[in-house]
Design a protein around this ligand. Structure first.
Ligand SMILES: [Zn+2]
Length: 462
């Protein structure tokens, strides 16, 4: 059935206009000040008066299937994609993260198998390069040929996902050759390891010591390290989850010298700070992720960097681990607390409430950072990331008058806590569509599981 969205205020990364949107099948086919259809046309009409119409939001950094630190992240594609959609996110880019002993092609097929037939929103993957040698290189070439045009590397997590400098160099050379952008977790793994050991030896075992074990300098060193290798190889790089002033400055300095580098931050850093991880009774474990939550002074820098579009994207690094039974694995040793703050469901509402409504960013920047830039950087634009003729009809009718609170009791993410428990939100998607079909109404999933498609992406030949 066709879809007509009437009377809304369309917001893209650059413009706003009052217009109706007509979607024939899966695609936007008409945008006009007023579209009236003959009554013979079979169409679902949504009245968006008083509401904004945003392009479907894209979260370019999530974990769903994630074997990590001796356990598995909680979500399946069912819970994660329902949660994403409830919060206005219509495309997920998941990190495919094999261990160093797994074969990349087998891992890629495994990750795909978790999504196919279950995902309610569209999805694609950044392919994790966690081991680089002659054998895996051939497999990465094959994976790129299957439509995966971005890699993920870790300069952290020694012995688990982390690669050494020889592998880093050759991964970037391959990426440059193939036109693949490399996303990277930047922290100096040796410095982290040594500081962790020193803290534990001193009996400093609680979650409040997670941040001191990997301070801003450790992240900035990782960024600078990556920038150096990118400058030497000419590869295009994307720093994931940038958390602090020092890391931003390291990337900015490289950009000034011509390095093709982009930055992502994630929503927890914008609204939470390290005091949350310092709460007593192990409560702080809910707030352990890497890089860690920082001193509150970094929030101002991050918001300003988004507003000036120095930081391109706001993702989540969604990685849900229950407090009971999973975070608790690190009760006597903060290095054993599974890392992650679940937020795929809350990202857009938090950005709207604490960014747009607080005057930190405008609505165009919200769309740019949470949708358009991810589409452009990762080969999805203009199919995704904007509202224009020919784009997929992934649309978010957003109600700015909604008032509610975030709670684990009502969330769709499959995890036993919310890092934002009781927080007020001012605004919520009232209707969310995926390629022309309504999947969410008023926060509730009303659509079809398995509707989501794997999005294949062409390399960019730069
Ligand atoms: Zn991540």
């Amino acid at each position: 059935m066709a879809l007509l969205i009437k009377n809304g205020r369309i917001v893209t990364s650059t413009d706003e206009l009052e217009a109706d949107i007509y979607c024939d099948g899966e695609t936007i086919t008409r945008i006009a000040p007023r579209i009236d259809l003959p009554s013979t046309v079979d169409v679902e009409t949504i009245d968006a008066a008083g509401k904004f119409v945003f392009p479907g939001f894209i979260d370019p950094h999530v974990h769903i299937h994630l074997p990590f630190m001796g356990t598995y992240a909680k979500d399946t594609y069912e819970s994660a994609s329902k949660a994403a959609l409830a919060g206005g996110t219509t495309t997920l880019i998941e990190m495919c993260c094999p261990s160093r002993t797994e074969e990349p092609l087998e891992a890629f097929e495994l990750w795909c198998s978790k999504a196919v037939g279950l995902a309610a929103c569209d999805y694609t993957f950044h392919m994790g390069v966690t081991r680089f040698d002659a054998s895996t290189e051939q497999q990465f070439r094959a994976i790129v040929n299957q439509g995966i045009s971005s890699f993920k590397i870790f300069l952290a997590y020694k012995g688990a996902f982390g690669i050494d400098d020889t592998e880093l160099y050759h991964t970037l050379m391959l990426a440059k050759e193939l036109g693949v952008i490399v996303t990277a977790h930047c922290e100096n793994e040796t410095a982290v390891f040594e500081r962790q050991q020193a803290l534990l030896t001193a009996g400093q075992t609680g979650p409040e010591y997670h941040e001191p074990s990997r301070p801003p300098l450790v992240e900035a060193e990782g960024v600078h390290h990556l920038m150096t290798f990118a400058q030497l190889t000419g590869a295009h790089i994307y720093v994931v989850h940038t958390s602090c002033d020092e890391a931003i400055q390291a990337a900015q300095a490289a950009r000034y010298h011509g390095v093709s580098a982009w930055m992502e931050t994630v929503v927890p850093y914008l609204v939470l700070d390290k005091r949350y991880a310092e709460q007593p009774e192990f409560e702080g474990a809910k707030y352990v992720m890497s890089p860690p939550l920082r001193d509150v002074r970094h929030q101002v820098v991050l918001w300003d960097a988004i507003r000036s579009r120095l930081i391109s994207t706001v993702a989540t690094d969604h990685a849900p681990f229950d407090f009971r039974g999973q975070k608790e694995m690190g009760r006597n040793d903060f290095t054993k607390i599974p890392n992650g703050i679940p937020s795929v469901e809350d990202r857009v509402n938090l950005l709207y409430t604490y960014g747009v409504n607080k005057g930190r960013i405008d609505r165009n920047t919200l769309v740019d950072s949470a949708s358009t830039q991810a589409a452009k950087l990762f080969g999805l634009y203009p199919r995704k990331g904007t509202i224009q003729l020919g784009s997929d009809a992934d649309l978010v009718v957003y109600d700015p008058d909604y008032r509610g609170t975030i709670s684990a009791a009502t969330q769709q993410m499959d995890v036993d806590y919310s890092a934002f428990e009781g927080w007020p939100i001012e605004g919520r998607p009232s209707v969310v569509t995926v390629r022309g079909q309504v999947q969410v109404r008023d926060g509730q999933f009303t659509g079809t599981l398995g509707r989501g498609q794997l999005l294949t992406r062409e390399p960019t030949h730069f």
